[in-house]
Design a protein around this ligand. Structure first.
Ligand SMILES: O=C(C[C@H]1NCCC[C@H]1O)Cn1cnc2c(c1=O)CCCC2
Ligand SMILES: [Mg+2]
Length: 486
């Protein structure tokens, strides 16, 4: 089947599902909530991983690998850490047709897997800081509707787990990691994000505070949590007895962080940049950045055409560009144009007989459709320049669109109007949890679903003395970003 059968602004859910399938990013699988990551999307994960792995190693983090399975005792060690999540935990209860003595959980996250060892390995301040990360998969038996990359029962992520002698050190790292997450979104995926702190209600229950990068999908008007970096305080140290002897010979608890970014990043990128012709891949993460499509004519065919096409590919590769050609003779050039537009390749390189004769090519941008003729001896530089321009333009376009979807309000009526106009809402808030509960109840109308606080942006607008909470009328403490979300 060629091309999408539904438009992005007609039926977003349908558009997205068809796009990630026809774009050859995923395929379906017979275990519900699980998807196959095909090379076209796995390659994007590898690019994200290469960047992030290099950067966390610069911060002194080392990679390790812990078991997939968690004992029931370890998992339920801390009550409020797991109780809220218990329904999502997957259990192994049998081997063959024999029941296991004790059921074993499949890791939904690895705090309870790793921290008993942390307690063993950390004895003195000389054992600190301890910084271990895992690139792995986790399983959460979600009940909400599964969506490729956005919500699946198994997903890939990295989970960093660090321990420090002081809170100050932990606080610094929380923000260093959060900025790496911002870079993944803005510098690689060309998706703008807002940095902020989660409310007490929305933070990770086992932690002290949660910082987050929040993304936004204009088509649905929904916010989406991009990645989180938590300071756990000493809560897990207390639960797992992770203490050390400080320089004054006192036995004190460590200060910990945990931070994670998942394959959800890929889904957000598809949702933000995709259009009615298909994927629009930011060059930094595109598995193929330029695709050469020769246009055969009587004298420009066979060997001559193949060699010319190969030569253009090697010019591009020589410039460090991920390039390939499509010389399949079973498909026409128009068919190929559609195919590679569907797969979101940033640059198309057309090579017809006249181009060949004059040693030119025609470059076509996937994001704007703009075309330009370029001489072969200018191709390497021009192609790289165009790829950088596309990367920058995608981020600027998405940022402009996202900023246009943030409404600043001061009262409930304005709040609901903005929400129903598919916007995120910036509102002065008294920082009381029952107001969040109230808003959740009152904003849950038919199709939209409830609104929640997405974060308190670090970048706070001025809050004049006497400003009232948009909902409770009590003195507002800070600006909060609210929205319907995934
Ligand atoms: O996973 C985290 C916290 C933390 N885990 C490590 C990476 C960063 C951060 O996400 C929160 N969380 C979410 N979801 C679940 C759990 C859970 O702890 C535990 C039980 C199953 C579902
Ligand atoms: Mg969850």
């Amino acid at each position: 089947k060629l091309g999408l059968s539904v438009k992005k602004d007609e039926n977003f859910g349908e558009w997205y599902s068809e796009l990630v399938l026809l774009g050859e990013m995923i395929d379906y699988y017979d275990v519900s909530g699980c998807y196959i990551l095909r090379p076209w999307s796995y390659s994007i994960w590898e690019t994200i991983k290469d960047f992030l792995d290099t950067e966390i190693k610069k911060l002194g983090v080392e990679n390790g690998y812990f078991p997939l399975f968690v004992s029931q005792t370890a998992l339920t060690r801390e009550k409020d850490h797991v109780e809220g999540f218990a329904p999502e935990v997957a259990w192994v209860t049998k081997s063959g047709d024999t029941d296991l003595e004790m059921p074993i959980a499949v890791r939904p996250t690895s705090e309870t897997v790793m921290y008993p060892s942390y307690a063993k390995w950390i004895r003195s301040h000389r054992d600190l800081p301890l910084k271990i990360n895992q690139w792995n998969n986790v399983v959460r038996w979600e009940f909400k509707h599964p969506t490729p990359f956005i919500r699946s029962r198994e997903f890939l992520w990295q989970e960093g787990h660090t321990a420090f002698a002081t809170k100050e050190e932990a606080d610094v790292e929380v923000h260093q990691i959060l900025d790496l997450y911002r870079q993944v979104y803005e510098d690689y995926l060309a998706v703008p994000v807002i940095k902020g702190i989660k409310s007490e209600k929305e933070k990770f229950a086992g932690g002290l505070y949660t910082t987050t990068v929040e993304a936004f999908v204009p088509s649905t008007g929904r916010g989406i949590q991009g990645a989180t970096s938590h300071c756990l305080g000493q809560n897990f140290a207390k639960m797992f007895d992770i203490t050390f002897e400080n320089k004054d010979k006192e036995r004190v608890m460590v200060w910990q962080n945990s931070w994670g970014l998942t394959t959800r990043t890929i889904g957000v990128m598809v949702m933000v940049h995709g259009d009615d012709k298909g994927l629009v891949l930011p060059p930094k993460v595109a598995p193929v950045q330029a695709v050469v499509i020769p246009i055969p004519m009587k004298e420009f065919s066979g060997e001559v055409m193949m060699n010319a096409s190969a030569e253009v590919v090697s010019i591009l590769k020589g410039a460090g560009i991920r390039a390939k050609d499509d010389t399949r003779d079973v498909y026409t050039p128009p068919w190929k144009y559609n195919h590679w537009e569907l797969k979101g390749v940033p640059l198309r390189v057309e090579l017809g007989p006249r181009d060949f004769a004059s040693k030119k090519v025609v470059l076509v941008r996937r994001d704007t459709g703009e075309k330009e003729a370029v001489a072969w001896d200018k191709l390497a530089d021009r192609a790289n320049e165009l790829l950088q321009t596309i990367q920058k333009d995608l981020l600027e376009k998405a940022r402009k669109e996202r900023d246009a979807c943030i409404e600043k309000v001061s009262c409930w009526e304005e709040f609901m109007t903005a929400l129903n106009a598919k916007k995120m809402v910036l509102a002065p808030w008294c920082d009381e949890t029952e107001v969040e509960e109230e808003v959740k109840k009152m904003s849950a109308d038919g199709e939209g679903g409830a609104a929640k606080t997405l974060c308190m942006p670090f970048d706070q607008l001025p809050l004049p003395e006497g400003t009232k909470c948009f909902k409770s009328g009590k003195p507002a403490k800070r600006w909060a970003l609210w929205g319907r979300s995934y």
